[in-house]
Design a protein around this ligand. Sequence first.
Ligand SMILES: N[C@@H](CCC[C@H](N)C(=O)O)C(=O)O
Length: 294
Amino acid sequence: MSTAQTAFLKGHGTENDFVIIPDHDGLIDLSPAAVARLCDRRAGIGADGVLRVVRSAAHPEARAMADEAEWFMDYRNSDGSVAEMCGNGVRVFARYLQRAGLVGAGDLAVATRAGVRRAHIAKDGPDGEPGPVTVSMGRAALPDGEVTVTVGDRSWPARNVNMGNPHAVLFVEDLAHAGKLDDAPAVSPADAYPDGVNVEFVVDRGPRHVALRVHERGSGETRSCGTGACAVMVATARRDGADPAVDGRPVTYTVDVPGGRLVIGELPDGTVEMTGPAVIVAEGHFDSSWLTAS
Ligand SMILES: N[C@@H](CCC[C@H](N)C(=O)O)C(=O)O
C-alpha cells in the first residue's frame, strides 16, 4: 500500500533555518500544530520557521499581488504563528525557486504579507558556489515613543523599528548582557507592540560595523534575523547621525549575526537593501499523515 508523501526541503540564511514546503497550488492545510511539528528539533525536521511556497494566484492573501509577483512566501514562526515578513526567508525562498528551475539568476519578485519584495540572485561563483541574494526590504518605519527592554535587573531604552514586522533595537556594551534569549525579554509599554515584537541587542564592532543577538517573536533566540538586521542597521545609522533621505547619500553597514554576516544599505529614497547567503542543505519526503497524526 503506498502512502501519500509531502515533499520538503531544508535551507538556511546565515543559519536562520527553514523547512520549505512546495505547495504551488495551495492545497496543503498547514495548521499551527503542523508547523510546530515540522519545526520541532527533536521530534520533527527542526527549524526556526516554515516557508510554504504557493503561487500568489492560489492564495487568498496574495491574489492581489499575483500580477507583480508569481510566488507567495507563506511564512510561519516555529510556534505556528504567522508573521508578516522574514528577510532571511526571502533569500532562501528565492534560492528554492532557482533550484526548482522556476526562476534563473537575476531579478525576481516575491509576494509576502508585508507586500512585494524584489530580490536579485547573483550568478554562481567561479567554483560553482551559489551567489549571494540581495533583497530590497522596503522602507523602515520608526514610530515615535519611548520603549524600554528589561533583562533581569537591567533596562535599556530601545528604538521601535518596523520592517514590515515589529522590532525593538537596543545598544549594549556586551552581547552577554542579553542573557538567555530563549524567553522573550520584557518590553514596555505593552501597547507599543500589540502583536508582540522581535528584540535585537546590538554592540559596535567598528566603523559602520555592528553585531547582534536576537529574540524572535514566535521562535526564541535564533542565529540570525534578516528583518532584525535591517532594523538594527537603520537604528544604528540614526544613532550615528546618518539619514540617507536627509543627507542624499546611501549608507552601508556590516551586520554580524551569530550565524554569519549580512551587508545592509539604506538608499536616499529610504529603501533598505540586504545582501547575504541562501543555502539549501537537504530535500526529501515525509508521510503526509505525520503532519496531522495525534
Ligand atoms: N527570521 C526572520 C523573521 C521571522 C519573523 C519574526 N519572527 C516575526 O514574528 O516577526 C527574518 O529573517 O527576518
